[in-house]
Design a binder for this molecule. Structure first.
Ligand code: 13P
Length: 257
């Protein structure tokens, strides 16, 4: 059975004191909920203080990005060596990074390999734009993103990689994909492509999240879908009460609470 996994992507929100306030509010209640993997992904500057605050808790810590080189003259970048030991996870290839910061399938692939080489578990984001969706290109585009991201990744490595299917048109818009459609794309396209690459047995073990306007009002319907193994949550992860609800509902819906 796949362990459901909910991660909060805080994006460019929360000062250090605000990040500490949020994580301190999450720690106790999330600690009570078993069977669901949980993570928070604050900004780089909040990682060290949040790591300190999370000591003794089962909440995992993730970065939102990283560069692939270990060190060098790359002003403003953060390397896997700097994250190693501090974080458990790293989000790679979020659509906002692809859209605003020039990330490509190739840089995503390099970053995944660098993360794996340093023991950081990647959450790799894929998802189509509204135009692609309307043009009926979702399947081919998302399939090609998955193939490119996993280029040169072995089956053994693939097992530790989480994929987040985040349709761009659903991110921050309040309009999530319908549960049935998210389930179909995740099952047929994301897991289907992984099955072509690594075989069905491995694809069936891999965690695939949905992301895009997950909130307390729609989490039950989304998490009731069998192919959706959890979520990558933006806006609703910034409020302790909402994120706790998402984790509670996921545990219940997946039969763990
Ligand atoms: P929202 O939950 O705010 O739509 O953001 C989703 C997302 O981009 C998570 O990475």
């Amino acid at each position: 059975m796949r362990t459901p996994f909910l991660a909060g992507n805080w994006k460019m929100h929360k000062t250090i004191p605000e990040a500490l306030e949020l994580v301190n509010a999450l720690k106790g209640p999330l600690g009570e909920i078993k069977g669901v993997k949980k993570a928070v992904c604050p900004s780089f500057v909040a990682l060290a203080p949040v790591a300190e605050a999370l000591k003794g808790s089962d909440i995992l810590l993730g970065a939102q990005n990283m560069y692939w080189e270990e060190e060098g003259a790359y002003t403003g970048e953060v390397s896997p060596l700097m994250l190693k030991g501090l974080c458990d996870l790293v989000i790679i290839g979020h659509s906002e990074r692809r859209q605003y910061f020039g990330e490509t399938d190739e840089t995503v692939n390099k970053k995944i390999k660098a993360a794996l080489a340093h023991g950081l578990d990647p959450i790799v984001c894929v998802g189509e734009s509204l135009e692609q969706n309307r043009a009926g290109e979702t399947e081919s585009f998302v399939g090609s993103q998955v193939r490119a991201a996993f280029e040169g990744i072995t089956a053994e490595q693939a097992k530790g990689i989480v994929v987040a299917y985040e349709p761009i048109w659903a991110i921050g818009t309040g309009i999530a994909a319908t549960p049935e459609e998210a389930n179909r794309i995740i099952g047929e396209v994301v897991r289907g492509t992984l099955a072509e690459l690594y075989g069905d047995e491995i694809a069936q073990q891999m965690i695939i999240q949905y992301g895009g306007s997950i909130k307390p009002a729609n989490v039950e319907a989304l998490m009731s879908q069998p192919e959706i193994d959890g979520g990558l949550v933006g806006g609703a992860s910034l409020k302790a009460g909402d994120f706790i609800t998402l984790v509670e509902v996921t545990a219940r819906v997946k039969g763990l609470a």
